[in-house]
Design a protein around this ligand. Structure first.
Ligand code: ATP
Ligand code: MG
Length: 439
C-alpha cells in the first residue's frame, strides 16, 4: 500500500469545505483592500531564491527542494511566495501598469524540507500579499491592517501583532557592526549554526530558535537603537498610522525575521491558542525596498506578508469554525427502472437551473434512499415512482417545514425555487434569515 510522503497531508472532503470557506473569507477581505490575485508557477530557477531569500537563511541553506530537470536546469520548488511574485512583477513589467502601486495577493502550496511536526510540514499552504511601488509607511500600515482584518473576519481572537524596524541599509550596516563587536568574544557559546551566521550574516543570530533565550542574546544591541533619522521617522509614522487604524500592536525589539531582503518594518502575528501548540506564528511580513532591484528590476520598493494556512486552520479550531455547511437542495428518488429516463430529465432540468441535486446509483430501496437523502442533508426530497409517472405528477417533501405536496412533475423546478426564495423561511443550517450559501 502506498502512503503519502512524510510531511505532507491529504485534505479530505470534510477538510476541503473548511479550506474553501477560509479561502472565501480571504478573497473577500482582499477585495475590500483592493488587492488582486496573482498565480505564479510552483517551481522556479534555484538561483531566484538564492539571490532573494539569501544563501545563509535556513530556508535556502537547509530547506529547499532542489532538483535538476531533464534539460539540466537547476530547479527549486518554491519555499515562499515573495521572490516568485517579485520575479513575475519584473518580468511582466507590472511596474508600468496604470496603477502605480501594485497590490497583489496569492494562495498556494510552498515546499520546505523541515522536520515535520504540528503546524510544520514539507508541503504547506500560504496566503500572502505584496504591495509594490511606495516607500510610504502608510503602505506598511495598510499591509498590517489587511492581515489583521483577515484574522478578524475569521473571528480569531487572542492574537498579538509584533512590530519592529531593522531600518534602511545604512542603519542595518551600523547595527551589524555593533552586533559583531558585542558578540565577538562569546561567539563560541552560540549554537553551531549561529557561529556560521556570525561570519556570513550576523543579523540572523537574533532570529535563532536555539539561542534566542540566552542572556547573551537578550542583552545584545537592538536594531531600533541604530536607526538613522530617516528610518526612525518611517517607523514612528508607521506606529502613528497603526494607531489611527486602531490596530493594537507590541513593539518587539528582538524581531528580525529570517529572510535577507527585509528593510525597515518587520512584523509577525502570534496567536495564543492551545490548538496551535508551539508553532504559534500565523503570519509574518515586512518591507523589502531592494528586493526588486536586486533581482534585476527597477528600483521599486515593496512590502508584504505571508500567512501559514494550516496554522490558521488550527487557530480556527478554537473558534469552532465549521466551514460551509454541507447540503443539497434536492434529492430525487426515482423508483423503478421504467421511471429512470423521465426522472433523469427532471433532475437535469433542476441542475441546469442551478439546484444542488443528487440521486441514487445503486438501486437502493425506499428506506435506504431516505437515509441517503438525510446523509446528503437534502432539503427537498422528491419521489418519482410508477404512480407519479402515470399521472404526470411528483411528490415533494420539504424537510425544513415538514410540508409534503404532490405537484405536476413539470413544476418541480419552479416549486423548489419558489420555496427556496420564500422570504419568511429562515435557514436552519446556518440559523440566519438568508445567507449566501443557503440562498
Ligand atoms: P517559522 O519561524 O515558524 O519557521 P518562518 O519564519 O520560517 O516561520 P515565513 O517564511 O515567514 O516563516 O512564512 C510565513 C508563515 O508561513 C509562517 O508564519 C508560518 O505560519 C507559515 N510556515 C512557515 N513554514 C511552515 C511550514 N513548514 N509548515 C507550515 N507552515 C509554515
Ligand atoms: Mg521556518
Amino acid at each position: 500500500m502506498y502512503q503519502k510522503i512524510k510531511g505532507t497531508y491529504d485534505l479530505l472532503p470534510n477538510d476541503t469545505k473548511k479550506w474553501q470557506s477560509l479561502e472565501k473569507t480571504i478573497r473577500s477581505v482582499s477585495k475590500i483592500y483592493n488587492y488582486e490575485e496573482i498565480r505564479t508557477p510552483i517551481f522556479e530557477n534555484t538561483e531566484l531564491f538564492h539571490r532573494s531569500v539569501g544563501e545563509e537563511t535556513d530556508i535556502v541553506s537547509k530547506e529547499t527542494y532542489d532538483f535538476i530537470d531533464r534539460g539540466k536546469r537547476h530547479i527549486t520548488l518554491r519555499p515562499e511566495g515573495t521572490a516568485p511574485v517579485a520575479r513575475s512583477y519584473i518580468e511582466n513589467k507590472l511596474y508600468a501598469d496604470k496603477l502605480p502601486v501594485k497590490k497583489l495577493y496569492y494562495m498556494g502550496p510552498m515546499f520546505r524540507y523541515e522536520r515535520p511536526q504540528k503546524g510544520r510540514y514539507r508541503q504547506f499552504a500560504q496566503f500572502g500579499a505584496e504591495a509594490f511601488g511606495s516607500t510610504s509607511p502608510l503602505l506598511d500600515a495598510e499591509i498590517i491592517s489587511y492581515a489583521v482584518s483577515v484574522i478578524k473576519a475569521l473571528k480569531i481572537k487572542d492574537v498579538e501583532v509584533h512590530v519592529n524596524s531593522i531600518g534602511d541599509q545604512e542603519s542595518k550596516v551600523m547595527y551589524k557592526e555593533a552586533l559583531i563587536a558585542y558578540l565577538e568574544k562569546d561567539v563560541q557559546t552560540l549554537c553551531s549554526d549561529c557561529q556560521k551566521r556570525f561570519e556570513t550574516n550576523p543579523l540572523r543570530i537574533l532570529d535563532c530558535k536555539v539561542d534566542k533565550d540566552t542572556e547573551l542574546l537578550k542583552n545584545a544591541p537592538k536594531p531600533l537603537d541604530y536607526l538613522n533619522e530617516e528610518s526612525k521617522t518611517h517607523f514612528n509614522k508607521l506606529l502613528a498610522y497603526l494607531d489611527a487604524m486602531e490596530i493594537k500592536y507590541v513593539i518587539d525589539r528582538n524581531l528580525v525575521r529570517g529572510l535577507d531582503y527585509y528593510t525597515h518594518t518587520v512584523f509577525e502575528v502570534n496567536a495564543n491558542l492551545e490548538t496551535l501548540g508551539a508553532q504559534n506564528t500565523i503570519c509574518g511580513g515586512g518591507r523589502y525596498n531592494h528586493l526588486v532591484s536586486s533581482l534585476g528590476g527597477p528600483d521599486i520598493p515593496g512590502v508584504g506578508f505571508a500567512f501559514g494556512l494550516e496554522r490558521l486552520m488550527f487557530a480556527l479550531e478554537s473558534v469552532n469554525f465549521k466551514g460551509t455547511p454541507d447540503y443539497l437542495h434536492l434529492y430525487l428518488m426515482i423508483l423503478g427502472e421504467e421511471q429512470k429516463e423521465d426522472g433523469i430529465r427532471l433532475l437535469n432540468r433542476c441542475r441546469i437551473g442551478g439546484l444542488f441535486s443528487d440521486i441514487d446509483f445503486l438501486d437502493k430501496n425506499l428506506k435506504a434512499q431516505f437515509k441517503l437523502a438525510d446523509n446528503m442533508n437534502a432539503r427537498f426530497i422528491a419521489i418519482y415512482g410508477a404512480n407519479e409517472k402515470a399521472k404526470g405528477e411528483i411528490n415533494v417533501k420539504d424537510k425544513d417545514t415538514g410540508k409534503e405536496i404532490t405537484i405536476k412533475s413539470s413544476q418541480l423546478y419552479n416549486h423548489i425555487i419558489t420555496e427556496l426564495m420564500n422570504p419568511n423561511h429562515s435557514c436552519e443550517t446556518c440559523e440566519e434569515d438568508s445567507c449566501d450559501d443557503c440562498e
